[in-house]
Each structure stands twice: as C-alpha cells, then as structure tokens.
Design a protein around this ligand. Structure first.
Ligand code: FES
Length: 380
C-alpha cells in the first residue's frame, strides 16, 4: 500500500459497506451511475470473496450493508450473502429495480434476514417509466411493491428526478403513498456516468425545481408521520457543493463487482489514482492505508480557493468526481461552487436547460446498453 507523504487524519471505521454485486442489469436507464465502460468489466467476485469482504468490513466496524448493482437479484447467491451479512450483525438493505423479485425470492430473502428494500421507479406513468428504463417494468414494479409490503419490510421508493419526470412529482408521491412506502427518496439527478452523457437533456429548469420542491413540502405536511420524504438537492442549480459521500473515505466503502474498493461508486474513473482490490488486500489495509482512500481525505489535499475557504470543513471541497468531469482536475474545487474558476461551465449548462427544447431534439438520449458502453469507452 502506498501511503502519501503527509498522511491525512486517521478516520473512524467505514459505517456503510456498499456491495455492488454485479453490473448486469435488465434495465437501460439514461441516468445510471454504473461506469460508462461497464460492458468491459465483466468479472465478478465469487460468493466466498463476498463473504470474506463482509466479515472483514464488520470486523472493522461497518454496521450497514447495501446490496446493489446493476440488479443484485441477478446473483443466484444473493440469499447466501444476505444471510451472512445478517449473521454478522449488519443492517442489510437491498437496492433493486424489482426485476426478478418474485414472491418465492422474497420469502427466501426474508428467511435469510434481509432488513429493508429500496425499490426504484422511473416515473408515476407507465409510458415514461418504461421509456426511461427502455424496459417494460412499470406493472412489475407495482406488483413488487405489494410483495415487499406483504413480507412486512419497510419500503423506500426511489425516483431519480430530471427534466422528463419532475413535473409528475405530485403523482409520483401519490403513487408512493398508494403503494404504502414508508420513505420516498426524490433524488435530483447527480451528473456522473450515464447521467453526465445525457446531462443536456436531463437538466431541469429552475422553475421546474422550485415547483417540485413546493409540491414535496405540501405532501410533507399532508403525509406527516405516514411517509418520510427526502428531496435530494440539485447542486447544479443551488450553487452549493455537497459534502460528497459524507467526506471522502470517512463513511462509505464501495466494493465493485470485480472487487475494486472505492470511496464512492464512480471514483474509479479518476486519473492518477490506484484503487486496491479486495482480492489482494484486506479491507482494513484498504481503508486505512491505500493511496486511493487517503488522497482526498480531510482538507490537506486542497488547493485554492478551497484551501482558504471558510466552508472547507463543511463541504470538504464538494465532489471529486464532479471536479474531474467538469474541470478535468479531481483536486479542483467542485465547479458547482461559485468560487470555482470553472463555475461558468456549470452556469452555462443550467442556462442551456433554461433555454430548453433544442438540446433535447438535437441530441437523443443515450440509453445504458452494452453496445453504447463499448462505443463510449472507445471514444473516451
Ligand atoms: Fe465521487 Fe462525489 S461521486 S466524490
């Protein structure tokens, strides 16, 4: 392990272990956060490897285990992995599109000890839901919601918001209420990976966002204790850098399907950084001593304007992946910040969204798909 010369502060344990079990997925979402070149990353850890990762993570102090993908239900050993996570004392949650979530599978996962399910919808209408994922899943998702409720699991409904569905927010929340969700996560699109490819088409207008937030607040009052509503802020429009992943290497440890360990699920694209693999290193060594986890920990890595900013401890310079995608420098200030020298690039993207129409017509959406993935990887 390469430890940098001026070592950053030693962190506490990772609290969240996110196991991305596979990049395989039957959906083709235009905002998918899986890597653009996912089609070239076909290796997956074995069941034994995953069980060891879970054990090592728990020994280190992780308490929450998310099981995601791709579609995690495509792994036949999901129940085995859940059972071991539960035995080790994790709180487990499954992040699923619902495809493959049959009544039988639900029973087996319940018996294995799964605590919680997050079900994604793309929209409240069949037409838009099925269009955005390029798969007929709307009715299936409704059935899966019933299965989740029948097993007594708390349910989070997750909807990624953007220009195409944000005006349906009223019906989206009503759908969550009808299906009995305890939580709804209304997540404004974060522009990485496939969402970055489609950014021009997905960015909403300010007016759309203001209305969506107002509608969400009305529902918050109406639903009171019945459902909790989370509205994930749109940082492009707000001009407020977020403390991404709660601080690099402070809380989250993601393991990708091939075993690469990352501080956030898109960090692998960052240049000049080596991320270790759980096949070769222990989770403890990875967390405390790897270059990849140490590089952007704390504030010591910052340059101006972050280094002297009075907000640096609050936002930790924002998102490293966003800095790379927009400013071509992962150590730059997040360009959503008005103090960033690259902020005009964000303002221009937002202004283009305000101007509307043409961009959407001129640039068709790129759906997540193996052929597109290989094409984009070749062109990168
Ligand atoms: Fe990678 Fe923000 S998504 S640091």
């Amino acid at each position: 392990m390469n430890t940098p010369a001026s070592a950053p502060p030693r962190p506490g344990p990772p609290l969240w272990l996110l196991a991305e079990l596979t990049y395989r997925c039957p959906l083709h979402c235009v905002f998918c956060y899986n890597p653009i070149d996912f089609a070239e990353q076909t290796q997956e850890l074995s069941t034994e490897d995953w069980l060891r990762v879970l054990r090592e993570g728990r020994e280190l102090g992780a308490v929450q285990c998310g099981l995601s993908g791709g579609e995690p239900l495509l792994r036949d050993d999901l129940e085995v992995i859940v059972a071991e996570a539960r035995r080790l004392g994790y709180y487990t949650n499954l992040l699923t599109s619902g495809v493959g979530f049959t009544a039988e599978r639900a029973q087996a996962l319940k018996a294995a000890g799964l605590d919680h399910v997050q079900l994604s919808f793309q929209d409240s209408t069949r037409e838009m839901n099925d269009f955005l994922s390029h798969a007929k899943t709307f009715e299936l998702k409704r059935r899966v919601a019933q299965i989740i409720k029948s097993q007594g699991w708390p349910m989070v409904m997750n909807v990624v918001l953007h220009r195409y569905n944000i005006d349906h927010i009223d019906r989206i929340i009503a759908l969550a209420d009808e299906l009995g969700a305890e939580y709804i996560e209304l997540a404004n699109t974060q522009y990485y990976s496939w969402a970055f490819v489609n950014r021009q088409q997905l960015l909403p207008t300010r007016q759309q966002l203001q209305r969506a937030e107002a509608v969400t607040n009305e529902w918050r009052e109406k639903l009171a204790s019945r459902m909790r509503l989370f509205f994930v802020a749109p940082d492009y429009h707000d001009g407020k850098p977020k403390k991404c992943v709660n601080g690099w290497g402070s809380t989250f440890l993601t393991v990708t399907p091939d075993g690469t360990a990352l501080p956030c699920h898109t960090a692998k694209m960052l240049p000049g950084l080596a991320f270790p693999n759980v096949r070769e290193h222990s989770v403890r060594d990875i967390w405390f001593d790897s270059e990849g986890f140490n590089r952007y920990r704390g504030t010591g890595w910052m340059k101006q304007p972050c280094a002297s900013c009075d907000q640096r401890e609050q936002d930790l310079g924002g998102c490293r992946c966003q800095a790379y995608l927009i400013a071509n420098d992962p150590a730059a200030a997040d360009p959503v910040c008005p103090k960033s020298p690259h902020h005009a690039l964000v303002q221009e993207a937002v202004a283009q969204a305000e101007r509307g129409g043409d961009a959407v017509i001129e640039h068709p959406l790129v759906f997540r798909d193996p052929a597109q993935s290989r094409r984009l990887a070749r062109e990168a």
